[in-house]
Write a protein that binds this ligand. Structure first.
Ligand code: SF4
Ligand code: SF4
Length: 166
């Protein structure tokens, strides 16, 4: 299997962490894009539904039980790697809702149009902010409405004049 050398995941890596089509078709669900064996496990510890399986070793990669995942998004802000997303492919006939982690300031506002970025940070569309959820740490959760065909492409947003909030 090929492994990303520049921080951008390979097709094989993404295929491995993409929820099954039948799950995506029926409910919102998490997609955990974590590919490095580092000592880190808050995602598993913070899922209230046990959907991210307990790690046998702190260096393990996360494993998801998609049947248990409710798509709540609680795990998103727990991840220091900003590697967790939630996909709702049934938001509307043509649109998906994606929850992404965000740590820049100022936060966007509900209803605001922002740039939807791919995993390389390139703008691929203007997308609408559907919800902004602050959490108890620096990571907020931004829900964005995207065309369904971009649901596996867009993984970040850019807000004009934003600076790093850390
Ligand atoms: S989205 Fe919710 S249920 Fe799914 S893995 Fe994350 S915390 Fe658990
Ligand atoms: S918290 Fe994030 S970086 Fe750490 S193991 Fe979980 S998904 Fe990977």
């Amino acid at each position: 299997m090929s492994v990303a050398l520049n921080g951008v995941p390979t097709k094989e890596e993404l295929k491995r962490v993409t929820p099954p089509e039948e799950v995506l078709a029926k409910k919102p669900v998490v997609m955990v894009e974590c590919f490095q064996n580092i000592p880190c496990d808050p995602c598993a510890a913070n899922c209230p539904f046990g959907a991210i399986l307990p790690f046998a070793d702190i260096n393990d990669l996360p494993l998801v039980d998609y049947e248990k995942c409710t798509g709540c998004g609680i795990c998103i802000a727990s991840c220091p790697g900003l590697a967790i997303f939630v996909l709702d492919m049934n938001y509307s006939a043509r649109e998906a809702l994606i929850k992404v982690p965000y740590e820049m300031m100022p936060l966007p506002k509900k209803g605001q149009m922002v740039s939807g970025l791919d995993r390389q940070g390139c703008k691929v569309a203007e997308v609408m902010v559907q919800k902004v959820t602050r959490t108890k740490n620096k990571t907020s959760i931004i829900s964005i409405v995207v065309p369904k065909e971009l649901a596996q492409i867009i993984r970040n947003i850019r807000v004009e004049d934003a600076v790093n909030g850390r």
